[in-house]
Design a protein around this ligand. Sequence first.
Ligand code: ADP
Ligand code: MG
Length: 671
Amino acid sequence: MAADPQGSVAQLKGIGPKLQETLERLGIYRLLDLLIHLPARYQDRSKITPLSALRAGEEAFVEGEIIGSKIAFGRSRSLEVLISDGHRDLRLRFFHFNKAQQRNLEAGKYVRAFGNVAFIGRHLAMAHPEYQIFDETPQPPKPELIPVYPTTQGLGQARLRNLTRALQLLSWPTEAGTPFEKLLYLHKPDDLKRIDEVTEALALDELCAYYVVMKRRALKRRKQQALALPQKAGLGRQLRDNLAFQLTRAQGRVIRETLADLENDVPMLRLVQGDVGSGKTIVAAFAAIRAIEHGCQTAVMAPTELLAEQHQLNFQQWLEPLGIRVALLTGQMSAKAQREVLADIENGEVQVVIGTHALFQDKVVFNKLALVIIDEQHRFGVHQRMALQNKGAFPHQLVMTATPIPRTLTMTLYADMDVSVIDELPKGRQPITTHTAAQSKRDELIARLAQILNQGQQAYWVCTLIEPSEEIEALSAEEAFGLLTQALPNAKVALLHGRMKGDEKVEVMRAFKAGDYQLLVATTVVEVGVDVPNATHMFIENAERLGLAQLHQLRGRVGRGSLASRCFLLFKPGVSQTGQHRLNALRESQDGFYLAEQDLKLRGPGDILGTRQSGEQSFKIADLGEHAHLMPRVVKRSEALLTAPQGSDDHAYLLRLLNTWAASDNEHLSV
Ligand code: ADP
Ligand code: MG
């Protein structure tokens, strides 16, 4: 049968409503989704392991004659089948079994099994292995690479394999070298090396498709009309003269780049990348002023209430002396307060609106929105960005991020944007000295903490959990709070975590900033953007559980004033090698871009610079860590494609790729 890649997966034999629902949990709706649901790894079933060579903790392919079987009554009832290969025995254990299964596994038959080897009691055993039964000694196995898929509860590997095997039987479109052949190969490969080659080729295709879409989107945007905002009243100069500090050269450059964009009637889409503490917020304020000089409004989006509140304080401090009205709009505000702000936004009384997701509500109607500023953009999906954009005609957009992304990746991931980099920290910033310390040294660190609190400085104590967990051995914020309030009876200690109500969080943060608390025990909610210059010490519990980018962000909460700052990374004994490298890298460097490069080298798949998790860039095949080296080729091939005459083979191929897997599920890829 001819397959329509966009057709429902339900047309495959054996998929009923229940299985369909289970598949949907894996994001599989269309045939194509199943085709792109690629194996996480493969089992090499080309070699039988002799039973005498089995080791606990390994996966193995074994065979032997069935010596006997019995029902064992341990903690739960199980079927135990003893097999032997003439030298050694092995127990196969089944906790769920039926009568037929029990009858089939009878003495004298041969069995070939694949599974995990572990000790059960004193004996090596394999618990619920996959197996086949033979009446006689079986022929040597055909070398086979068996796919192992990411799956979900209620869907076993065998079932998934049956489904992807069914895909092989369909006839897929074949024009102009579609990706289907390569995808089908990955479900039924015969050579490990070839798997890597095919995966890489597909990753290249996918990244090119992404790049082309981004570039096209940029072209489309450039055809739109925005309000030109040329230089005007000189409010910017006033702001500059009022500032308590001098702008860095990098800030000056990025402000100029931004303002130059705003002079055009082409909608700006500029990404400002700058390490934590590099001073991105003031750049946003200068852009806002330009819009306001022209009688227009600016919306500032922050990812959390905490940050929105903090931005409001900053913008008020900077802009209200210039006669500009700044308002806050968050979901936590009372209905009445919201209504008032909404009215002022609509009638134009308010010129700068700072908010969280609440800004996306339909009832937010701007009087004349000319500029949208998005802080920490990796926290938002592109989809949301669009939703706000549609509020005004075509506002300019300024997007700010502290997620350091290596240049090679920026070219591709942000191909639709212009990029400015603040590559300099404000003068007078004290470097942050970073130490690593075993948990066992906690008491000494607390003694140190007591000293610095006595000197009037403030500190953070960050934990990875809110409350103690059975599964994860780590000091929770609640435990740390108890411990520290006891150890520091004279100190004013606050607790902050994500499960607290929004206004409670904001209140704690405000009090900490005001110096009412000396020590803030928190979860990683303080990771992004929080700015308290008097806080000089950062203690991070179980640093081994956090990624480099995240640790760097957390550390960036200190070193914001003129006092020397320190960061202590506490770790649990027995940190993995990678974990150690990560902590060492952090100790050695404070340069976010350097750390991002290290992160790419060190990290395991699936933990990309905090960007992948957010759903902003979700690739089906490409792995930014593994495939970063492809970027120059991505740019070259895509640029050639964008200028090449339509109709070349490569053009047709990429178009197909775009139209197929980019189509419905990944709105950020749709052209
Ligand atoms: P980030 O880039 O992490 O968002 P912020 O904009 O929050 O950084 O700035 C961090 C702190 O540095 C703020 O207190 C801000 O007022 C201050 N700051 C910004 N620019 C300068 C500068 N040129 N000199 C001194 N302090 C600055
Ligand atoms: Mg910031």
